[in-house]
Design a protein around this ligand. Structure first.
Ligand SMILES: CC(=O)SCCNC(=O)CCNC(=O)[C@H](O)C(C)(C)COP(=O)(O)OP(=O)(O)OC[C@H]1O[C@@H](n2cnc3c(N)ncnc32)[C@H](O)[C@@H]1OP(=O)(O)O
Length: 426
């Protein structure tokens, strides 16, 4: 298992993703299956895996149609891998891409498999519309009817309004609030100003643009369906433009806007994980090793501002096991669901008073801002929920490979009050 020194080392040896697209822009005709298969086939081609039997492929999508029961296996069947390669779907909201990597990594560490592919996909443009409960029950009853008359009786109960579809909701069932509404509460509770959020968002776009300019993403499968780069990246944004945007979630008194929130996005990503021996046999260089990972939850039904703050606990547990401090890292990748959520987490880690509310006696301290999300993150790239884990893991692994040695810290928050943290080393 990860973090167990008796187990095998787990290497990230490859990655691929398709460029991410704001919802209802480039990938409106593409399904989860199309996008994940495209990302998979790009990976297979780049690492010459055609026809090979891989230990397992783990994927997932947060938003799935009911017909996509075995989504990842279907993608494998459509790919050029050996058709005997098994696959499974996992889902842990925005942690999905991290959870699939942990799942594959643990199997490699335990010696059950030698190599596997982990990833995720999401399409906000292809979100399923569900029929209302009344119509569903009538249709099922009509299907069970024994006679034509009984069937007609059931159909006669249908009213025109029963055809109104139930729209997909980005909302916590336990609180009735969206992610954005929860994070508005976080911003207010921790006094995160609009100006701080806008500045953070601006930097995300600027850093992503610089990363493209220096060729950091040249290895991405591109173009896919004609899209060569993440189309949410805005080279022309500015503090003045960001300041003009209206609050998106609390129209009266809010500070979260379309500019300082991650947008609804379509995309897919995947990683190739392997034992050192498997990689060496194929001459594949190791980018980085996954050494520790932690997933935790947090109470948020009463303390609604907590929804996206579980990484505070995940980081504490992981650092303790790894016997490291928050400062012992060369790079930090913190998923940007919203600028306010990242800024709140940084503030809590730094503040002796705030960290006490989480049950810790000492603050974790400040991190070097120059090491944080150095190539931009979800505010600029976009956030196709299940695909974000693969993107951040690949980014961190590539940064460590470029540097030649070092240690990276990664954190992703998720709906349901969950958070994941990971350590990569090289
Ligand atoms: C664990 C987790 O990750 S939780 C997070 C899960 N993700 C979410 O909850 C998604 C959050 N985001 C959203 O719901 C949506 O993106 C919203 C509600 C914030 C915004 O939605 P929309 O209003 O459809 O956004 P849209 O892209 O149209 O932008 C609105 C306007 O802001 C402008 N805008 C957005 N970003 C910028 C920017 N950086 N600079 C300048 N203008 C900008 C757009 O151009 C647009 O202007 P227009 O109306 O003149 O065309």
């Amino acid at each position: 298992m990860l973090g167990n020194h008796q187990s095998r080392k787990v290497a990230i040896v490859g990655y691929n993703r398709i460029p991410f697209a704001r919802h209802n822009t480039f990938y409106t005709q593409a399904s989860n299956k199309d996008m994940f298969t495209a990302a998979l086939n790009g990976l297979i081609e780049r690492y010459h895996l055609q026809g090979q039997l891989i230990g397992e492929v783990a994927g997932g999508a947060v938003i799935k149609h009911s017909t996509q029961l075995n989504l990842t296996r279907e993608c494998v069947m459509d790919s050029s891998l050996d058709q005997r390669t098994p696959a499974c779907d996992l889902q842990q909201a925005c942690n999905t891409g991290i959870e699939t990597a942990i799942y594959i990594a643990n199997k490699i560490a335990l010696g059950q498999i030698d190599a596997g592919i982990a990833g995720g996909v999401d399409s906000a443009s292809d979100a399923p519309l569900v029929l209302g409960e009344k119509l569903r029950k009538i249709l099922l009853a009509a299907r069970r009817a024994k006679t034509f008359g009984q069937r007609l009786t059931e159909f006669s109960k249908i009213r025109f309004k029963d055809f109104t579809p139930v729209a997909p909701m980005n909302m916590e069932p336990g609180t009735g609030l969206s992610m954005g509404e929860h994070t508005e509460l976080t911003a207010k509770y921790y006094h995160i100003s609009r100006e701080e959020q806008d500045l953070f968002a601006l930097k995300s776009h600027q850093k992503l643009a610089l990363a493209y300019d220096r060729g950091f993403f040249d290895d991405m499968l591109s173009p896919y369906l004609g899209l060569a780069l993440d189309n949410n990246m805005r080279r022309d944004t500015s503090l003045e433009k960001l300041a003009k945007l209206k609050p998106a979630f609390d129209k009266q008194d809010g500070s979260l806007t379309a500019g300082n929130s991650s947008p609804l996005t379509d995309g897919a990503s995947c990683l190739l994980l392997a034992s050192e021996e498997w990689a060496a046999e194929r001459g594949l260089p190791v980018l980085a090793y996954i050494t520790f990972a932690e997933v935790t939850g947090i109470e948020y039904l009463k303390q609604k501002q907590n929804l996206l703050l579980a990484p505070v606990y995940a980081a504490a547990d992981m650092l303790k096991k790894a016997e490291l401090t928050l400062q012992d890292f060369d790079f930090y990748e913190i998923h940007e669901a919203f600028a306010a959520q990242v800024l709140a987490i940084l503030k809590i880690w730094e503040s002796p008073e705030l960290i006490r509310e989480f049950g810790f006696s000492e603050a974790f301290g400040k991190i070097d801002a120059n090491k944080l999300n150095v190539n931009g993150s979800s505010i600029a790239t976009g956030h196709p929920f299940a695909a974000t884990g693969g993107r951040v893991l690949a980014t961190l692994a590539k940064l460590l490979a470029e540097k030649g040695s070092g240690r990276g810290f990664l954190s992703v928050c998720a709906a349901g009050g969950m958070g994941a943290t990971v350590i990569l080393e090289r």
